[in-house]
Design a protein around this ligand. Structure first.
Ligand SMILES: Nc1ncnc2c1ncn2[C@@H]1O[C@H](COP(=O)(O)OP(=O)(O)OC[C@H]2O[C@@H]([n+]3cccc(C(=O)O)c3)[C@H](O)[C@@H]2O)[C@@H](O)[C@H]1O
Ligand SMILES: Nc1ncnc2c1ncn2[C@@H]1O[C@H](COP(=O)(O)OP(=O)(O)OP(=O)(O)O)[C@@H](O)[C@H]1O
Ligand SMILES: NC(=O)CC[C@H](N)C(=O)O
Length: 630
């Protein structure tokens, strides 16, 4: 075969469902950048016209009709370039998830996804119909006839075809067949949610496939917090014959992040400039990168003016505080001060000029003071340690910090109820009630600050607390966003140590020396979370075995016993406590503020784990544990 050289590009886009203006602007910017780089073929992410996360709106025909009109606009921007753009397509009562190929202002065809994502966070078969392999048909739209299906396209003699995201994750992926028909280039528009270490799997799907099928491969993912919960890392990969040619920085703050490379097609192509080595995955780094970008997008897409936080100085609220500070630092590192403040869409021209005039370090601190407001709300049960931790951290990152006590409000409610019931409330008889009223009276004041600031209230619940409902509903669950509800407590504690050491958040030194405590009981009782519950490591292990590995309670017990986690009696108590609290507290998980999906699975009923609100609570299954003799 004669040698052909094609300039190939993939662009990650930060899209938002139904935000036509934003989505089209990003697409236009990507096309303009590609044209200026003499790109022959540009791949844009899955469903990027409408946004991937439109959910049940995909079932409304008007959405696809509107998207088609937008496609006709986009087509006019494609002068002397081939652009692949994701769009839902309604045909005879079915909706298909497609990528449309536009070449020099003409629509060449639509490739429809063949394997729909239906695991974990994905529910695609609810909306889309899978397309059968090897089938191509014609359809009429607005007076024109188009081709749709499993099309093989050609660019300057090079045959190419598609795998749309999930298509590449299946053993009988389309590339298997396409390469037998002479295809030398596979394009993959994706909406592949972020999860820890997942980039490694994608690398293999792309680079190993390019080796196995002896082809070139271009992969382009969505970028940012698109629709609230899922985060996309914006990965762009260009590979050929098992060699990685381009890969971008993941989780950046740009709207458009493009990579391009000239790729040679011949019987024995020369592959210049390959990337031999990718840095090893560091999950702490990944969590911070994903969490902070997710916060920034959530803030600007809700037009909020920063965050408000009830800062106890404990691990969970400290992580939320550091996440906002790191959001500002990373955002400025990625975009520069001017673009960051412009993108935040909340500052006047005069304020923006003020920030721009500051040295970068000062701008970061000044912005943190505007974007993060914290309050310590102590009671007689609070310790100096937690106050010092909260104040020390807030001061060190430059956050606005208030301090007040809530004893008066607690006392006011307690005496009201005591006089209504004609009896005193005591720790002996009313333990949980007296704990919960403290957590609850922290909510109105912090909500007031939130309203005044037009900000978002951060709820600090973590994943381990979520599993067992160790949190007061409408108390410390109050908030508009639960940024760390996907992260377990053991991970949080080591993450904070890492952030102190590696990211130099010195203000974390206080929390890193504290034992987690709710500080809701009188201090002489020395309440700790782990005394109330069980060691967090064990709680997290039970949760994973129960809901990721999907084992029955007795098998969970047996496995942990075999690992020597605790004595049989203690372990039985912990397993029983876990399942009983898990079953009783589904309603709480249903009511948490929206949280981010960070791990390969999580407990969020809206995105991963369905469980009944009313259930038998594993009574019989836990009863079986008593019959196990060892
Ligand atoms: N299925 C269901 N659907 C709807 N509502 C249901 C329900 N089951 C119970 N309920 C309701 O739930 C109420 C109990 O829930 P709730 O009032 O939240 O209280 P509850 O879950 O009983 O207790 C809260 C727990 O969280 C711990 N906590 C609280 C605050 C902070 C921290 C910390 O770590 O800092 C820890 C505290 O030590 C205690 O163990 C019941 O009175 C009942 O009304
Ligand atoms: N003294 C306090 N001042 C302000 N907020 C508080 C105070 N005590 C508790 N809270 C709020 O209630 C939340 C729940 O408390 P919890 O103890 O679970 O979390 P934490 O204090 O951040 O972490 P840890 O459990 O590691 O101590 C806190 O994150 C915080 O938002
Ligand atoms: N949009 C998709 O098809 C995503 C599914 C794919 N398994 C992923 O998580 O990346």
């Amino acid at each position: 075969m004669e040698e052909t050289r094609l300039m190939l590009a993939g662009a990650a886009l930060n899209q938002t469902p139904l935000d036509w203006e934003n989505n089209l602007q990003n697409i236009k910017d990507a096309i303009t950048e590609a044209i200026s780089n003499n790109v022959d073929i540009l791949v844009l992410p899955e469903l990027c016209i409408t946004g991937y996360g439109c959910e049940d709106l995909f079932l409304s025909t008007w959405l696809a009709e509107e998207a088609f009109l937008k496609l006709l606009e986009i087509k006019e921007w494609c002068e002397n370039i081939t652009v692949c753009v994701g769009i839902p397509l309604w045909l005879e009562n079915n909706v298909y998830n497609t990528s449309c190929v536009i070449k020099s202002r003409e629509i060449v065809g639509f490739t429809a996804k063949q394997f729909l994502a239906n695991d974990g966070v994905h529910y695609e078969p609810r909306w889309f119909t899978p397309w059968p392999a090897d089938v191509v048909q014609e359809f009429e739209m607005l007076g024109n006839i188009y081709s749709v299906g499993d099309i093989i396209y050609e660019e300057q003699g090079v045959k190419y075809a598609f795998e749309i995201c999930e298509d590449a994750w299946r053993p009988n992926r389309p590339a298997e067949r396409h390469v037998l028909k002479g295809v030398q280039l596979i394009l993959n528009p994706s909406a592949s949610h972020f999860a820890l270490s997942k980039t490694d799997i994608r690398y293999r799907l792309v680079v190993d496939a390019s080796k196995k099928y002896q082809c070139a491969y271009v992969y382009a993912n969505l970028l940012g917090n698109e629709a609230g919960r899922m985060i996309y890392d914006g990965e762009v990969l260009i590979a050929q014959n098992g060699k990685l040619i381009r890969r971008n920085e993941l989780l950046c703050y740009k709207n458009v992040d493009m990579e391009c490379a000239e790729v040679c097609f011949s019987d024995n192509p020369t592959i210049e400039e390959t990337i031999e080595y990718l840095p090893p995955i560091d999950e702490n780094k990944e969590v911070f990168a994903a969490l902070t970008l997710a916060l920034f997008d959530y803030m600007r897409k809700t037009y909020s003016r920063g965050f408000v936080l009830s800062l106890s100085g404990g691990a969970d609220s400290s992580l939320c505080a550091v996440a906002v500070a790191e959001m500002v630092r990373r955002g400025i590192e990625s975009l520069g001060v001017s673009a960051f403040v412009a993108k935040a869409k909340m500052f006047s021209a005069a304020e923006m000029a003020e920030f721009e005039a500051m040295p970068e370090g000062q701008a970061v601190k000044e912005l943190v003071s505007r974007l993060l407001t914290c309050a310590y709300q102590g009671t007689v049960n609070s310790s100096d340690d937690t106050f010092n931790s909260a104040k020390g951290l807030a001061d060190s990152i430059g956050a606005a910090f208030y301090n007040w006590t809530i004893d008066e409000e607690v006392q006011s409610y307690t005496s009201k109820i005591e006089s209504a019931l004609h009896r005193p409330l005591t720790w002996e008889h009313d333990d949980i009630t007296l704990q919960n009223i403290q957590a609850r009276v922290r909510a109105p004041g912090i909500w007031m600050l939130t309203n005044i600031k037009n900000a978002l209230l951060m709820a600090t619940s973590n994943r381990s607390e979520g599993a067992v409902g160790y949190t007061t509903m409408d108390g410390d669950t109050a908030g508009g966003i639960s940024p760390i509800a996907g992260i377990d407590k053991a991970f949080i504690r080591q993450l904070l140590l890492w952030a102190q050491q590696e990211l130099s958040y010195e203000g974390l030194q206080y929390v890193n020396s504290l034992q987690p405590s709710a500080e809701l009981r009188p201090s002489e009782e020395a309440q700790t979370d782990e005394k109330d519950l069980m060691p967090y490591e064990v709680l997290n292990q039970i949760e994973r075995l129960a809901f990721y590995d999907r084992l029955a309670p007795d098998k969970v017990y047996q496995q942990l016993l075999d690992q020597g986690v605790a004595s049989p009696e203690t372990l039985k108590q912990w397993v029983k406590k876990f399942y009983t609290l898990w079953g009783r507290n589904q309603w709480k998980r249903e009511r948490f503020a929206p949280s981010f999906h960070l791990d390969d699975y999580n407990l969020d009923p809206r995105s991963w784990l369905r469980f009944p609100i009313l259930s038998g609570g594993f009574k019989d299954e836990l009863g079986k544990l008593d019959n196990i003799t060892r």
